[in-house]
Design a protein around this ligand. Structure first.
Ligand code: ADP
Ligand code: MG
Ligand code: ZN
Length: 519
Protein backbone atom coordinates (compact mmCIF):
# COMPACT_ATOMS: atom_id res chain seq x y z
CA UNK A 1 0.00 0.00 0.00
CA UNK A 2 2.36 2.66 -1.15
CA UNK A 3 -0.02 5.11 -2.64
CA UNK A 4 -2.28 6.58 -0.04
CA UNK A 5 -0.38 9.46 1.37
CA UNK A 6 -3.05 12.07 1.16
CA UNK A 7 -4.94 10.93 4.24
CA UNK A 8 -1.84 10.77 6.34
CA UNK A 9 -1.65 13.57 8.80
CA UNK A 10 1.56 15.50 8.51
CA UNK A 11 2.60 17.11 11.75
CA UNK A 12 4.33 20.40 11.32
CA UNK A 13 7.87 19.27 11.18
CA UNK A 14 11.44 20.27 11.47
CA UNK A 15 11.52 20.42 15.23
CA UNK A 16 12.70 16.91 15.98
CA UNK A 17 16.19 16.43 17.35
CA UNK A 18 18.87 14.88 15.16
CA UNK A 19 22.46 13.84 15.86
CA UNK A 20 25.27 15.00 13.64
CA UNK A 21 26.26 12.64 10.87
CA UNK A 22 29.58 11.74 12.52
CA UNK A 23 27.92 10.99 15.87
CA UNK A 24 25.32 8.88 14.10
CA UNK A 25 27.89 6.80 12.26
CA UNK A 26 30.15 6.42 15.28
CA UNK A 27 27.37 4.89 17.38
CA UNK A 28 25.07 3.11 14.91
CA UNK A 29 24.99 0.83 11.90
CA UNK A 30 22.17 1.39 9.38
CA UNK A 31 19.91 -1.21 7.75
CA UNK A 32 18.09 -0.15 4.58
CA UNK A 33 15.11 -1.53 2.72
CA UNK A 34 14.06 0.02 -0.57
CA UNK A 35 10.67 -0.48 -2.18
CA UNK A 36 10.37 0.82 -5.72
CA UNK A 37 7.11 0.96 -7.63
CA UNK A 38 7.37 1.27 -11.37
CA UNK A 39 4.44 1.97 -13.66
CA UNK A 40 4.75 -0.08 -16.81
CA UNK A 41 4.40 1.71 -20.12
CA UNK A 42 1.93 -0.79 -21.58
CA UNK A 43 -0.68 0.67 -23.92
CA UNK A 44 -3.50 -0.76 -21.82
CA UNK A 45 -4.16 -1.43 -18.14
CA UNK A 46 -3.20 -4.65 -16.33
CA UNK A 47 -6.61 -6.32 -16.27
CA UNK A 48 -8.71 -4.46 -18.86
CA UNK A 49 -8.34 -2.75 -22.21
CA UNK A 50 -8.47 0.86 -20.96
CA UNK A 51 -5.71 3.15 -22.26
CA UNK A 52 -2.96 4.31 -19.88
CA UNK A 53 -1.91 7.72 -21.22
CA UNK A 54 -0.90 10.23 -18.58
CA UNK A 55 -2.84 13.46 -18.14
CA UNK A 56 -6.17 12.58 -19.77
CA UNK A 57 -9.46 14.13 -18.66
CA UNK A 58 -10.32 12.61 -15.22
CA UNK A 59 -12.36 9.39 -15.36
CA UNK A 60 -12.22 9.19 -19.15
CA UNK A 61 -10.06 6.02 -19.16
CA UNK A 62 -12.23 3.66 -17.14
CA UNK A 63 -14.46 0.62 -17.67
CA UNK A 64 -16.47 -1.81 -15.50
CA UNK A 65 -13.33 -3.86 -14.71
CA UNK A 66 -11.12 -1.05 -13.43
CA UNK A 67 -14.09 0.60 -11.73
CA UNK A 68 -14.71 -2.69 -9.91
CA UNK A 69 -18.33 -2.97 -11.00
CA UNK A 70 -20.04 -6.17 -9.84
CA UNK A 71 -19.86 -9.04 -12.31
CA UNK A 72 -17.00 -7.63 -14.37
CA UNK A 73 -14.13 -10.04 -15.06
CA UNK A 74 -10.43 -9.15 -15.34
CA UNK A 75 -8.05 -10.55 -18.00
CA UNK A 76 -4.27 -10.43 -17.55
CA UNK A 77 -2.28 -8.15 -19.83
CA UNK A 78 0.30 -10.38 -21.51
CA UNK A 79 2.69 -7.50 -22.19
CA UNK A 80 2.55 -6.66 -18.49
CA UNK A 81 3.59 -10.18 -17.55
CA UNK A 82 6.38 -10.14 -20.14
CA UNK A 83 7.69 -6.87 -18.72
CA UNK A 84 7.58 -8.29 -15.19
CA UNK A 85 9.60 -11.33 -16.28
CA UNK A 86 12.14 -9.20 -18.16
CA UNK A 87 12.54 -6.95 -15.10
CA UNK A 88 12.96 -10.02 -12.89
CA UNK A 89 15.59 -11.48 -15.21
CA UNK A 90 17.46 -8.17 -15.48
CA UNK A 91 17.57 -8.10 -11.66
CA UNK A 92 19.09 -11.60 -11.63
CA UNK A 93 15.97 -13.06 -10.03
CA UNK A 94 14.56 -16.56 -10.24
CA UNK A 95 11.35 -16.54 -12.26
CA UNK A 96 8.56 -18.54 -10.69
CA UNK A 97 7.39 -21.29 -13.07
CA UNK A 98 3.94 -20.88 -11.53
CA UNK A 99 2.56 -17.97 -9.56
CA UNK A 100 -0.77 -16.44 -8.74
CA UNK A 101 -2.30 -13.07 -8.17
CA UNK A 102 -3.76 -12.35 -4.75
CA UNK A 103 -6.36 -9.96 -3.42
CA UNK A 104 -5.06 -7.45 -0.89
CA UNK A 105 -8.18 -6.32 0.89
CA UNK A 106 -8.60 -2.84 2.28
CA UNK A 107 -10.85 0.14 1.78
CA UNK A 108 -9.75 3.37 0.25
CA UNK A 109 -11.85 5.78 -1.84
CA UNK A 110 -9.43 5.78 -4.77
CA UNK A 111 -9.51 1.98 -4.96
CA UNK A 112 -12.97 1.12 -6.27
CA UNK A 113 -12.76 -2.68 -5.96
CA UNK A 114 -11.98 -2.51 -2.22
CA UNK A 115 -9.06 -4.80 -2.91
CA UNK A 116 -5.88 -4.38 -4.86
CA UNK A 117 -4.96 -7.18 -7.23
CA UNK A 118 -1.38 -7.92 -6.25
CA UNK A 119 0.89 -10.86 -5.55
CA UNK A 120 1.57 -12.10 -2.05
CA UNK A 121 3.43 -15.29 -1.22
CA UNK A 122 3.89 -16.21 -4.88
CA UNK A 123 5.72 -13.32 -6.55
CA UNK A 124 6.64 -13.79 -10.20
CA UNK A 125 10.33 -13.01 -9.49
CA UNK A 126 12.46 -13.43 -6.36
CA UNK A 127 16.00 -13.66 -4.98
CA UNK A 128 17.97 -11.35 -7.23
CA UNK A 129 20.57 -8.61 -7.03
CA UNK A 130 21.68 -5.40 -8.71
CA UNK A 131 25.24 -4.07 -8.60
CA UNK A 132 25.60 -0.33 -8.21
CA UNK A 133 28.55 2.02 -8.29
CA UNK A 134 29.04 5.21 -6.29
CA UNK A 135 30.54 8.37 -7.73
CA UNK A 136 34.02 7.47 -6.47
CA UNK A 137 33.83 4.13 -8.27
CA UNK A 138 33.24 1.96 -5.19
CA UNK A 139 30.84 -0.90 -5.91
CA UNK A 140 28.01 -2.39 -3.84
CA UNK A 141 25.64 -5.28 -4.40
CA UNK A 142 21.98 -4.68 -3.53
CA UNK A 143 20.12 -7.91 -2.81
CA UNK A 144 16.57 -8.10 -4.18
CA UNK A 145 13.89 -9.92 -2.23
CA UNK A 146 11.16 -9.97 -4.86
CA UNK A 147 9.58 -8.22 -7.81
CA UNK A 148 5.86 -8.70 -8.05
CA UNK A 149 3.00 -7.56 -10.24
CA UNK A 150 0.17 -5.41 -9.01
CA UNK A 151 -2.07 -2.58 -10.14
CA UNK A 152 -2.05 1.09 -9.34
CA UNK A 153 -4.86 2.87 -7.50
CA UNK A 154 -6.75 5.96 -8.63
CA UNK A 155 -5.87 9.43 -7.41
CA UNK A 156 -7.62 11.62 -4.86
CA UNK A 157 -7.57 15.38 -5.13
CA UNK A 158 -8.37 17.26 -1.94
CA UNK A 159 -9.72 20.73 -2.63
CA UNK A 160 -9.56 23.62 -0.21
CA UNK A 161 -7.32 23.56 2.85
CA UNK A 162 -3.74 24.67 2.75
CA UNK A 163 -1.71 21.54 2.15
CA UNK A 164 -3.57 19.55 -0.48
CA UNK A 165 -4.13 16.87 2.15
CA UNK A 166 -7.52 15.63 3.17
CA UNK A 167 -7.17 17.27 6.55
CA UNK A 168 -8.85 20.68 6.35
CA UNK A 169 -10.09 20.15 2.78
CA UNK A 170 -13.59 21.29 1.75
CA UNK A 171 -14.22 18.33 -0.55
CA UNK A 172 -12.38 15.61 -2.44
CA UNK A 173 -12.44 14.45 -6.04
CA UNK A 174 -11.43 11.03 -7.30
CA UNK A 175 -9.88 10.23 -10.68
CA UNK A 176 -9.87 6.52 -11.58
CA UNK A 177 -7.80 6.85 -14.77
CA UNK A 178 -4.75 5.48 -12.94
CA UNK A 179 -6.69 2.62 -11.29
CA UNK A 180 -5.52 -0.63 -12.85
CA UNK A 181 -2.33 0.64 -14.49
CA UNK A 182 0.27 -2.14 -14.21
CA UNK A 183 2.83 -1.72 -11.48
CA UNK A 184 5.86 -3.75 -10.59
CA UNK A 185 6.95 -3.49 -6.97
CA UNK A 186 10.61 -4.26 -6.46
CA UNK A 187 11.57 -4.89 -2.83
CA UNK A 188 15.11 -5.29 -1.52
CA UNK A 189 16.17 -7.56 1.27
CA UNK A 190 17.20 -5.76 4.46
CA UNK A 191 20.48 -4.23 3.29
CA UNK A 192 23.39 -4.24 5.72
CA UNK A 193 27.06 -3.40 5.62
CA UNK A 194 26.85 -0.05 3.83
CA UNK A 195 27.69 2.01 6.96
CA UNK A 196 28.20 5.68 6.24
CA UNK A 197 27.71 5.10 2.50
CA UNK A 198 24.10 3.93 3.00
CA UNK A 199 22.44 7.17 1.76
CA UNK A 200 24.63 7.20 -1.36
CA UNK A 201 24.00 3.51 -2.05
CA UNK A 202 20.25 4.15 -1.76
CA UNK A 203 20.47 6.91 -4.35
CA UNK A 204 22.78 4.93 -6.64
CA UNK A 205 20.45 1.93 -6.45
CA UNK A 206 17.38 3.91 -7.50
CA UNK A 207 19.41 5.63 -10.24
CA UNK A 208 20.80 2.34 -11.56
CA UNK A 209 17.40 0.70 -11.38
CA UNK A 210 15.89 3.63 -13.28
CA UNK A 211 18.55 3.33 -15.99
CA UNK A 212 17.98 -0.40 -16.22
CA UNK A 213 14.21 -0.03 -16.51
CA UNK A 214 14.67 2.62 -19.15
CA UNK A 215 17.05 0.38 -21.08
CA UNK A 216 14.48 -2.42 -20.84
CA UNK A 217 11.95 -0.05 -22.38
CA UNK A 218 9.28 -1.06 -19.88
CA UNK A 219 8.52 2.33 -18.35
CA UNK A 220 9.21 6.01 -18.87
CA UNK A 221 10.56 6.04 -15.26
CA UNK A 222 9.75 9.67 -14.50
CA UNK A 223 10.06 10.17 -10.77
CA UNK A 224 8.44 13.61 -10.91
CA UNK A 225 5.37 12.19 -12.70
CA UNK A 226 5.21 9.23 -10.37
CA UNK A 227 5.96 6.47 -12.86
CA UNK A 228 8.91 5.55 -10.60
CA UNK A 229 8.33 5.88 -6.86
CA UNK A 230 10.54 4.95 -3.96
CA UNK A 231 9.78 4.24 -0.31
CA UNK A 232 12.86 4.11 1.91
CA UNK A 233 12.91 1.91 5.03
CA UNK A 234 15.63 2.74 7.53
CA UNK A 235 16.61 1.34 10.90
CA UNK A 236 19.68 1.61 13.11
CA UNK A 237 21.37 -0.88 15.40
CA UNK A 238 24.22 -0.24 17.83
CA UNK A 239 27.63 -0.36 16.17
CA UNK A 240 29.97 -3.12 17.28
CA UNK A 241 33.65 -2.36 17.65
CA UNK A 242 34.53 -5.50 15.72
CA UNK A 243 32.86 -5.36 12.28
CA UNK A 244 32.65 -9.17 12.14
CA UNK A 245 30.38 -9.06 15.19
CA UNK A 246 27.96 -6.59 13.56
CA UNK A 247 25.85 -9.26 11.88
CA UNK A 248 24.93 -10.69 15.28
CA UNK A 249 23.15 -7.51 16.37
CA UNK A 250 19.39 -7.72 15.76
CA UNK A 251 17.78 -5.14 13.47
CA UNK A 252 16.26 -2.04 15.01
CA UNK A 253 12.72 -0.82 14.37
CA UNK A 254 12.31 0.66 10.90
CA UNK A 255 10.48 3.68 9.59
CA UNK A 256 9.22 3.82 6.01
CA UNK A 257 9.60 7.18 4.28
CA UNK A 258 7.05 7.36 1.47
CA UNK A 259 7.13 8.55 -2.10
CA UNK A 260 10.48 10.21 -2.16
CA UNK A 261 10.26 11.63 -5.64
CA UNK A 262 13.73 12.50 -6.81
CA UNK A 263 17.11 10.78 -6.70
CA UNK A 264 18.55 13.53 -4.57
CA UNK A 265 15.68 13.18 -2.11
CA UNK A 266 16.35 9.46 -1.71
CA UNK A 267 19.84 10.20 -0.42
CA UNK A 268 18.73 13.13 1.73
CA UNK A 269 15.75 11.30 3.24
CA UNK A 270 17.86 8.28 4.24
CA UNK A 271 20.53 10.53 5.73
CA UNK A 272 17.95 12.54 7.66
CA UNK A 273 16.14 9.48 9.04
CA UNK A 274 19.43 7.99 10.18
CA UNK A 275 20.31 11.11 12.18
CA UNK A 276 16.78 11.35 13.59
CA UNK A 277 16.73 7.70 14.67
CA UNK A 278 20.16 8.18 16.22
CA UNK A 279 18.96 11.10 18.34
CA UNK A 280 15.94 9.13 19.58
CA UNK A 281 17.99 6.04 20.37
CA UNK A 282 20.86 7.97 21.95
CA UNK A 283 18.34 9.73 24.18
CA UNK A 284 17.10 6.37 25.43
CA UNK A 285 13.87 6.52 23.40
CA UNK A 286 12.50 3.98 20.96
CA UNK A 287 11.55 4.30 17.32
CA UNK A 288 7.89 3.98 16.42
CA UNK A 289 7.28 1.72 13.42
CA UNK A 290 5.48 4.14 11.14
CA UNK A 291 5.38 5.73 7.71
CA UNK A 292 7.04 9.13 7.36
CA UNK A 293 6.67 11.91 4.80
CA UNK A 294 9.67 13.53 3.18
CA UNK A 295 9.57 17.31 2.79
CA UNK A 296 11.84 18.39 -0.01
CA UNK A 297 11.73 22.08 0.95
CA UNK A 298 12.69 21.76 4.61
CA UNK A 299 14.74 18.58 4.29
CA UNK A 300 12.98 16.72 7.11
CA UNK A 301 10.52 13.85 7.49
CA UNK A 302 7.35 14.05 9.53
CA UNK A 303 5.27 11.34 11.10
CA UNK A 304 2.68 9.59 8.91
CA UNK A 305 0.70 6.67 10.21
CA UNK A 306 1.61 3.85 12.51
CA UNK A 307 2.20 0.64 10.59
CA UNK A 308 2.77 -2.71 12.22
CA UNK A 309 4.16 -5.77 10.45
CA UNK A 310 0.99 -7.62 11.44
CA UNK A 311 -1.38 -5.57 9.30
CA UNK A 312 -3.99 -7.96 8.06
CA UNK A 313 -5.05 -7.50 4.48
CA UNK A 314 -6.77 -10.90 4.35
CA UNK A 315 -4.78 -11.84 1.28
CA UNK A 316 -6.23 -14.73 -0.69
CA UNK A 317 -5.57 -16.12 -4.19
CA UNK A 318 -7.44 -14.20 -6.89
CA UNK A 319 -10.14 -16.59 -8.13
CA UNK A 320 -10.95 -14.63 -11.31
CA UNK A 321 -7.47 -14.86 -12.87
CA UNK A 322 -5.61 -17.91 -14.11
CA UNK A 323 -2.16 -18.61 -12.64
CA UNK A 324 0.89 -17.27 -14.49
CA UNK A 325 2.88 -20.24 -15.76
CA UNK A 326 5.56 -19.22 -18.26
CA UNK A 327 7.36 -22.09 -19.97
CA UNK A 328 11.12 -22.40 -19.62
CA UNK A 329 11.42 -21.66 -23.35
CA UNK A 330 9.41 -18.47 -23.12
CA UNK A 331 11.53 -17.30 -20.19
CA UNK A 332 14.72 -17.95 -22.16
CA UNK A 333 13.27 -16.10 -25.15
CA UNK A 334 12.67 -13.09 -22.91
CA UNK A 335 16.18 -13.38 -21.43
CA UNK A 336 17.53 -13.01 -24.95
CA UNK A 337 15.90 -9.56 -25.15
CA UNK A 338 17.73 -8.14 -22.13
CA UNK A 339 19.91 -5.07 -22.59
CA UNK A 340 23.51 -4.83 -21.40
CA UNK A 341 23.56 -4.08 -17.62
CA UNK A 342 23.88 -0.31 -16.95
CA UNK A 343 27.19 -0.37 -15.09
CA UNK A 344 28.91 -2.44 -17.81
CA UNK A 345 27.35 -0.37 -20.53
CA UNK A 346 28.66 2.84 -18.98
CA UNK A 347 32.17 1.47 -18.78
CA UNK A 348 32.04 0.40 -22.40
CA UNK A 349 30.68 3.76 -23.63
CA UNK A 350 33.18 5.74 -21.55
CA UNK A 351 35.97 3.78 -23.24
CA UNK A 352 34.51 4.23 -26.72
CA UNK A 353 33.93 7.93 -26.24
CA UNK A 354 37.22 8.64 -24.48
CA UNK A 355 35.64 10.58 -21.62
CA UNK A 356 37.46 11.17 -18.32
CA UNK A 357 35.81 9.90 -15.12
CA UNK A 358 34.73 13.44 -14.32
CA UNK A 359 33.23 13.98 -17.78
CA UNK A 360 31.39 10.68 -17.59
CA UNK A 361 29.98 11.61 -14.17
CA UNK A 362 28.63 14.90 -15.58
CA UNK A 363 27.02 12.97 -18.41
CA UNK A 364 25.43 10.49 -16.00
CA UNK A 365 24.22 13.26 -13.71
CA UNK A 366 22.68 15.03 -16.67
CA UNK A 367 20.90 11.79 -17.65
CA UNK A 368 22.48 12.20 -21.07
CA UNK A 369 23.91 8.78 -21.92
CA UNK A 370 21.17 7.68 -24.30
CA UNK A 371 20.88 11.00 -26.02
CA UNK A 372 24.65 11.28 -26.48
CA UNK A 373 24.67 7.79 -27.92
CA UNK A 374 22.02 8.84 -30.44
CA UNK A 375 23.93 12.04 -31.23
CA UNK A 376 27.18 10.19 -31.86
CA UNK A 377 25.25 7.74 -34.01
CA UNK A 378 23.99 10.74 -36.01
CA UNK A 379 27.61 11.68 -36.76
CA UNK A 380 28.70 13.99 -33.92
CA UNK A 381 32.10 13.77 -32.28
CA UNK A 382 31.79 12.30 -28.75
CA UNK A 383 33.40 15.46 -27.34
CA UNK A 384 30.95 17.71 -29.16
CA UNK A 385 27.93 15.64 -28.18
CA UNK A 386 29.01 15.70 -24.52
CA UNK A 387 29.74 19.39 -24.56
CA UNK A 388 26.24 20.34 -25.74
CA UNK A 389 24.08 17.82 -23.93
CA UNK A 390 25.72 17.83 -20.52
CA UNK A 391 26.63 21.53 -20.78
CA UNK A 392 24.43 24.22 -22.26
CA UNK A 393 21.33 22.10 -22.99
CA UNK A 394 21.41 20.37 -19.58
CA UNK A 395 21.77 23.76 -17.91
CA UNK A 396 18.67 25.06 -19.64
CA UNK A 397 16.71 21.85 -19.05
CA UNK A 398 17.52 22.18 -15.35
CA UNK A 399 16.35 25.77 -15.25
CA UNK A 400 13.04 24.86 -16.89
CA UNK A 401 12.64 21.59 -14.98
CA UNK A 402 12.45 19.71 -18.27
CA UNK A 403 13.94 16.49 -19.63
CA UNK A 404 16.68 16.65 -22.26
CA UNK A 405 14.30 14.85 -24.60
CA UNK A 406 11.67 17.56 -24.16
CA UNK A 407 13.91 20.49 -25.09
CA UNK A 408 12.85 20.72 -28.72
CA UNK A 409 16.27 19.78 -30.10
CA UNK A 410 17.06 16.38 -31.56
CA UNK A 411 20.28 14.34 -31.53
CA UNK A 412 20.44 14.91 -35.29
CA UNK A 413 20.31 18.69 -34.83
CA UNK A 414 23.07 18.59 -32.22
CA UNK A 415 25.17 16.47 -34.58
CA UNK A 416 24.63 19.09 -37.29
CA UNK A 417 25.63 21.88 -34.89
CA UNK A 418 28.76 19.96 -33.97
CA UNK A 419 29.60 19.47 -37.66
CA UNK A 420 29.31 23.23 -38.25
CA UNK A 421 31.81 23.83 -35.43
CA UNK A 422 34.17 21.04 -36.51
CA UNK A 423 34.05 22.25 -40.10
CA UNK A 424 35.15 25.73 -39.03
CA UNK A 425 31.97 27.53 -40.03
CA UNK A 426 30.99 28.49 -36.45
CA UNK A 427 32.99 29.37 -33.37
CA UNK A 428 31.76 28.67 -29.88
CA UNK A 429 29.80 31.82 -29.30
CA UNK A 430 28.17 31.60 -32.74
CA UNK A 431 27.25 27.98 -32.11
CA UNK A 432 25.60 29.06 -28.88
CA UNK A 433 23.53 31.62 -30.80
CA UNK A 434 22.57 28.97 -33.32
CA UNK A 435 21.51 26.73 -30.43
CA UNK A 436 19.32 29.59 -29.15
CA UNK A 437 17.65 29.74 -32.53
CA UNK A 438 17.11 26.00 -32.75
CA UNK A 439 15.61 25.90 -29.25
CA UNK A 440 13.38 28.84 -30.18
CA UNK A 441 12.00 26.77 -33.05
CA UNK A 442 13.73 28.68 -35.87
CA UNK A 443 14.76 25.50 -37.67
CA UNK A 444 17.80 23.28 -38.07
CA UNK A 445 21.27 24.56 -37.19
CA UNK A 446 22.29 25.18 -40.83
CA UNK A 447 19.11 27.12 -41.53
CA UNK A 448 19.42 29.14 -38.31
CA UNK A 449 23.06 30.01 -39.07
CA UNK A 450 22.04 31.16 -42.58
CA UNK A 451 19.05 33.16 -41.37
CA UNK A 452 21.06 34.88 -38.64
CA UNK A 453 24.05 35.45 -40.90
CA UNK A 454 26.39 33.54 -38.60
CA UNK A 455 29.59 32.31 -40.20
CA UNK A 456 33.23 32.68 -39.43
CA UNK A 457 35.23 34.65 -41.95
CA UNK A 458 38.22 32.45 -42.71
CA UNK A 459 38.82 33.69 -46.22
CA UNK A 460 42.31 35.16 -46.23
CA UNK A 461 41.43 38.13 -48.38
CA UNK A 462 39.00 39.69 -45.91
CA UNK A 463 40.99 38.59 -42.85
CA UNK A 464 44.29 39.71 -44.34
CA UNK A 465 43.04 43.25 -44.88
CA UNK A 466 41.88 43.50 -41.25
CA UNK A 467 45.16 42.02 -40.00
CA UNK A 468 47.22 44.47 -42.03
CA UNK A 469 45.29 47.42 -40.61
CA UNK A 470 45.74 46.28 -37.03
CA UNK A 471 49.46 45.61 -37.53
CA UNK A 472 49.95 49.07 -39.04
CA UNK A 473 48.16 50.70 -36.11
CA UNK A 474 50.17 48.91 -33.40
CA UNK A 475 53.91 49.08 -34.12
CA UNK A 476 54.73 48.76 -30.41
CA UNK A 477 52.89 45.41 -30.08
CA UNK A 478 54.51 44.18 -33.29
CA UNK A 479 57.92 45.07 -31.83
CA UNK A 480 57.13 43.09 -28.66
CA UNK A 481 56.21 40.00 -30.65
CA UNK A 482 59.37 40.28 -32.72
CA UNK A 483 61.44 40.51 -29.52
CA UNK A 484 59.97 37.19 -28.41
CA UNK A 485 56.93 38.23 -26.33
CA UNK A 486 54.55 36.07 -28.33
CA UNK A 487 51.70 36.56 -25.89
CA UNK A 488 51.37 40.12 -27.19
CA UNK A 489 49.74 38.55 -30.25
CA UNK A 490 46.62 38.10 -28.14
CA UNK A 491 45.99 41.84 -28.12
CA UNK A 492 46.32 42.00 -31.91
CA UNK A 493 43.99 39.04 -32.38
CA UNK A 494 41.49 40.75 -30.09
CA UNK A 495 41.55 43.88 -32.22
CA UNK A 496 41.07 41.94 -35.44
CA UNK A 497 38.16 40.02 -33.90
CA UNK A 498 36.61 43.31 -32.84
CA UNK A 499 37.06 44.79 -36.29
CA UNK A 500 35.37 41.69 -37.78
CA UNK A 501 32.49 41.87 -35.26
CA UNK A 502 33.52 38.56 -33.72
CA UNK A 503 33.03 36.66 -36.95
CA UNK A 504 36.66 35.91 -37.70
CA UNK A 505 38.24 32.48 -37.36
CA UNK A 506 40.56 33.22 -34.45
CA UNK A 507 42.97 30.41 -35.24
CA UNK A 508 43.43 31.64 -38.81
CA UNK A 509 43.87 35.24 -37.59
CA UNK A 510 46.70 34.12 -35.32
CA UNK A 511 48.39 32.32 -38.21
CA UNK A 512 48.13 35.38 -40.46
CA UNK A 513 49.52 37.70 -37.77
CA UNK A 514 52.46 35.40 -37.05
CA UNK A 515 53.17 35.02 -40.79
CA UNK A 516 53.31 38.77 -41.26
CA UNK A 517 55.12 39.68 -38.06
CA UNK A 518 57.31 36.65 -37.71
CA UNK A 519 59.85 36.77 -40.50
P1 ADP B 1 5.70 -3.17 3.86
O1 ADP B 1 4.49 -3.98 3.64
O2 ADP B 1 5.80 -2.59 5.21
O3 ADP B 1 5.93 -2.18 2.77
P2 ADP B 1 7.73 -4.78 2.58
O4 ADP B 1 8.17 -6.14 2.94
O5 ADP B 1 7.02 -4.55 1.29
O6 ADP B 1 6.88 -4.24 3.82
O7 ADP B 1 8.98 -3.82 2.57
C1 ADP B 1 9.75 -3.59 3.70
C2 ADP B 1 11.15 -3.22 3.29
O8 ADP B 1 11.92 -2.93 4.47
C3 ADP B 1 11.89 -4.36 2.62
O9 ADP B 1 12.81 -3.82 1.69
C4 ADP B 1 12.66 -5.00 3.77
O10 ADP B 1 13.82 -5.66 3.35
C5 ADP B 1 13.01 -3.81 4.60
N1 ADP B 1 13.17 -4.07 6.03
C6 ADP B 1 12.58 -5.03 6.80
N2 ADP B 1 12.98 -4.91 8.08
C7 ADP B 1 13.82 -3.84 8.15
C8 ADP B 1 14.55 -3.20 9.19
N3 ADP B 1 14.48 -3.61 10.45
N4 ADP B 1 15.30 -2.14 8.86
C9 ADP B 1 15.38 -1.68 7.61
N5 ADP B 1 14.71 -2.24 6.59
C10 ADP B 1 13.94 -3.30 6.83
MG1 MG C 1 5.68 -2.83 0.63
ZN1 ZN D 1 -10.71 -0.45 -17.50
Amino acid sequence: MSEHTSDDLALDGGTEAVLTWDETIAAYDPVLGLEVHVELGTATKMFCGCPTEFGAEPNSQVCPVCLGLPGSLPVVNEKGVESAIRIGLALNCTIAPWSRFARKNYFYPDMPKNFQTSQYDEPIAFNGWLDVELEDGSAYRVEIERAHMEEDTGKSLHVGGATGRIHGADYSLVDYNRAGIPLIEIVTKPLTGFGDRAPEVAKAYVATLRDLLRALGVSDVKMEQGSLRCDANVSLRPRKKKPEKQAEVPFGTRTETKNVNSLRSVERAVRYEMTRHAAVLAGGGSILQETRHWHEDTGVTTSGREKSDAEDYRYFPEPDLVPIAPTADSIEALRATLPEPPVQRRRRLQGEWGYSDLEMRDVINAGAIEIIEATVAAGATPAGARKWWSGEIARRANLDGRELTDMGITPRAVAELDALVQGGRLNDSMARQVLDGVLAGEGNPGAVADARGLALVSDDGALGAAVDEVIAANPDLVEKIRSGKVQAAGALIGQVMKAMAGQADAARVRELIMERVGS
